[in-house]
Design a protein around this ligand. Structure first.
Ligand code: HEM
Length: 115
């Protein structure tokens, strides 16, 4: 890590995700299933999107992709950039994450998801 730069922490990532779904929180469990969320780091680490209760389910962050420079291959990153599994880019209908927000999320995953 570069000492002149502060490492991205979970709180920063949570703030971005919270902002992206602002006003639509109540709909999230219905469309993504009950294992979807980021109330705390553990929940995000284990989060799965199961669109409308169907299969396949998408693990948002595959642990094998964490801390190894492969953040952009995670389902959360793909969902937020181009969409995954034939579903539209998230959050559905936008407004979408900015390049800066996406970079923060990717950096956090590549850093090993620090607290
Ligand atoms: C693998 C990941 C994901 C999948 C498969 C997925 C799938 C879906 C689907 C199927 C819908 C319903 C609209 C449609 O038919 O396309 C939806 C809605 C939505 N998703 Fe996702 N999603 C994923 C990740 C995310 C993430 C990471 C966020 C936010 C950070 C997000 C935010 C939303 C929002 C805000 C809606 C609209 C809810 C509403 O107001 O009805 N999704 N998603």
């Amino acid at each position: 890590m570069d000492n002149t730069e502060k490492q991205v922490g979970f709180a920063e990532v949570k703030a971005i995700l919270d902002l992206l779904v602002k006003g639509r929180e109540d709909n999230l469990p219905f469309v993504h299933g009950d294992a979807f969320g980021w109330a705390d780091k553990a929940m995000l680490a284990n989060a799965v999107a199961r669109p409308f209760g169907s299969d396949p389910a998408f693990r948002l962050i595959d642990p094998s992709l964490v801390g190894v420079g492969r953040a952009k291959e995670t389902n959360i990153y793909i969902a937020l950039t181009v969409g995954i599994g034939g579903f539209e880019r998230m959050p559905f209908g936008g407004p979408y994450a900015t390049p800066e927000q996406l970079a923060v999320i990717a950096e956090w995953i590549d850093d090993g998801m620090p607290d």
